[in-house]
Design a protein around this ligand. Structure first.
Ligand code: PHE
Length: 365
């Protein structure tokens, strides 16, 4: 755009639509942001390659919140006030989305979280959406799975610094205990902790059949290693927060034979998934996309479809268009947003075998 066209109103100039993204590109959950950003950027590039939206190109402006609570809100405000973004994509971690959501709601800027699964995120208000399932479902999926395997005694490790982990543990326990299971130990830790031996020693006393580790990949990897060091051989169970190549790098053999629920399996032979994987690998040095990459892509494609449908990027009209998203063929499944602005989609359960994430089963809502 020429210098005369740089007046910003409602996002971008006469030739561009500016979309904001907040992602953890560094810090304790860096693979979440790196992957979701790569997926989101891929969607932007595809939209622009096929003519853009409303006759304009889409520009994605990404801010790194360094995986820090506190920083997500700060950079979200900056994107809204300085860049005049038409919508905000992000965050992955529920705690950080919960910080951004009230800001977007107040400013009338639609926000779509690709991957935050805590129910509270979209409860913030009618401008806040997500393209993934929520934790009452994910917790139930893993509790049912444990019961089906005959694991009636489960111990729990919760990251009290993460709304995601707190919620997932709670929903797991609710379903599990209502349906014949017993919680034989319940311990907690804080993001960034490195030594879990005291808590795990207590959990060992309950002789659990399995241990729910409801936090993110770094701490989970260390928990797995320290379980084995303490002679605990029970498998670990977890949710989507495990999905990172770093899990296996940290845990090595200790995480073999454990299980977690996720949004996507790279082993799925559906053409839409395999095409996505091929294109993603071409753009990202041969890296296989994880769930956040697929969800990031889906979040931008849903935003793009809504901008087209609304015929404008004005906040209220765009909000209304996102809210009516129906049967969108996403990489992570068919996405329809319900009246609570959540997506109801199946989960997949994966296990770790020879250092790889291996598909076990799909669980419908
Ligand atoms: N669901 C997690 C949260 O809400 C984030 C996450 C999504 C992590 C997908 C990995 C994969 O905090």
């Amino acid at each position: 755009a020429g210098l005369t066209q740089c007046k910003k109103s409602g996002g971008g100039d006469a030739n561009t639509i500016v979309v904001g993204e907040v992602a953890a590109l560094s810090g304790g959950t860096a693979t979440f942001g790196q992957s979701s950003h790569a997926g989101t950027q891929m969607a932007v590039d595809e939209i622009n390659a096929s003519g853009g939206l409303l006759g304009k190109k889409v520009t994605l402006i990404t801010e790194d919140d360094q995986s820090k609570q506190g920083e997500a809100g700060t950079v979200a405000k900056k994107l809204i006030s300085r860049e005049k973004i038409v919508a905000l994509l992000g965050e992955v971690a529920s705690g950080r989305s919960l910080e951004m959501a009230p800001i977007c709601q107040k400013e009338g800027v639609p926000m779509i979280s690709p991957a935050s699964t805590n129910p509270k995120v979209t409860e913030v208000g009618d401008h806040i959406f997500r393209v993934c399932f929520i934790d009452p479902f994910q917790g139930t999926v893993m509790a049912k799975f444990a019961l089906a395997r005959g694991w009636k005694k489960v111990a729990v490790m919760t990251d009290v610094k993460q709304d995601y982990s707190v919620g997932l543990s709670q929903y797991f326990k609710e379903y599990f205990t209502k349906n014949g299971g017993t919680i034989v130990g319940d311990q907690s830790y804080s993001s960034g902790d490195k030594d879990f031996k005291a808590q795990l020693t207590k959990l060992k006393e309950g002789a659990p059949d399995a241990i729910l580790a409801s936090g993110y990949y770094n701490e989970t990897g260390l928990i797995a290693v320290q379980c084995r060091e303490l002679g605990i051989s029970a498998p670990l169970l977890g949710g989507d927060g495990w999905d990172s190549p770093s899990l296996v790098e940290v845990a090595g053999k200790a995480i073999e034979g454990s299980f977690f629920s996720n949004h996507f399996s790279a082993e799925d032979k559906a053409p839409i998934i395999q095409n996505f994987i091929t294109k993603y690998k071409e753009k990202n040095d041969g890296k296989t996309p994880d769930a956040m990459a697929a969800l990031g892509y889906d979040s931008m494609m849903i935003l793009g479809a809504a901008i087209k449908k609304a015929g404008t990027t004005e906040g209220k009209a765009l909000r209304d268009a996102i809210a009516t998203t129906k049967d969108h063929a996403g990489i992570t499944g068919v996405i329809s947003l319900d009246e609570k602005r959540n997506a109801n989609k199946p989960a997949v359960i994966l296990t770790i075998k020879d250092g790889n994430f291996v598909y076990v089963e799909t669980v419908a809502p």
